[in-house]
Design a protein around this ligand. Structure first.
Ligand code: ATP
Length: 255
């Protein structure tokens, strides 16, 4: 990891009408780390992710990714920047009418001029990298299990060899074995590809298994960020209940 943050959020304020979701939120993500983002329901984890990737404008604040501004930039600069990250939304968010190959090819089709044959070859490599069998390429999402759909979504997220991958609740809806396998895959790909991973999750096992640091969203800001051991030492009630309640202790391997 270097000292220069790969993602930098400063003074972020988010409002929907009178509802203030974030109020002066600050966050930095280091290159090469897996950062888990946790918080109670409605604390604005998914909204934060969408703002960092430029899908939603904040009311105030500054967001920089890879040293470039995300807000207030030209469409051309933004297009260049967005090629450098990949996103997997909840459930994989695949197009149901397209095959896995066609889904994985979407970023290659939209953001490169590569010929069809090369797009297919690259899609096949990504599908293999996420541990899907080659015959999954011709299948539609409805023909896949939930875990396979997530893997296909992951293959699409890494289609353009991104530097950062954003994952919104990747293990939601998976059985514990499938979830653990996906955690392992995320960790392996981070190591193999040198990815930075920004991961919104409720899954305590994921946090323990692969996250280098965890950011806690509460009280309209990032209340704390650190290792799980550091967070467990905090007296804040939500942080305490989350990490040191029965599920938190079980995920930590305690009784
Ligand atoms: N487009 C929108 N218009 C109005 N309100 C919105 C919009 N998007 C999100 N919100 C509100 O912003 C708040 C934060 O939403 P967000 O989806 O980020 O929560 P979250 O922390 O990801 O929650 P969960 O853990 O339940 O998924 C919620 O109160 C939500 O209703």
């Amino acid at each position: 990891m270097t000292d220069v943050p790969i993602i930098r959020v400063r003074g972020l304020t988010t409002r929907f009408g009178d509802h203030v979701v974030h109020d002066g939120l600050d966050l930095e993500v280091a290159r090469g780390e897996i950062l888990g983002v946790v918080g109670g329901s409605g604390t604005g984890k998914s909204v934060l992710l969408r703002q960092i990737i430029g899908l939603l404008d904040p009311a105030a604040g500054r967001i920089e990714v890879l040293g470039q501004p995300v807000t207030g930039t030209t469409p051309q600069s933004f297009r260049k920047l967005r090629r450098r990250w990949g996103v997997m939304f909840q459930g994989g968010a695949l197009f149901s009418s397209l095959t896995v190959r066609e889904n994985v090819e979407i970023p290659l089709r939209e953001q490169t001029d590569l010929p069809q044959a090369l797009r297919e070859t690259l899609a096949a490599i990504k599908v293999r990298m996420v541990g899907l069998p080659q015959d999954a390429m011709g299948k539609h999402p409805a023909q896949l299990s939930g875990g396979m759909r997530k893997r296909a979504g992951f293959a699409r997220a890494i289609a353009l060899d991104p530097e950062i991958v954003f994952l919104d609740e990747p293990t939601a809806g998976l059985d514990p074995i499938g979830a653990a396998a996906l955690d392992t895959l995320i960790g392996q790909l981070r190591d193999a590809l040198g990815l930075t991973v920004f991961l919104v999750t409720h899954d305590l096992d994921t946090l323990h298994a692969i996250c280098d640091r965890v950011a806690v969203l509460a009280e309209r800001k990032v209340l704390a960020v650190g290792t799980i051991a550091e967070l467990r030492a905090l007296p804040h009630p939500w942080v305490h209940d989350y990490f040191s309640g029965p599920r938190g202790r079980a995920a930590a391997g305690e009784r």
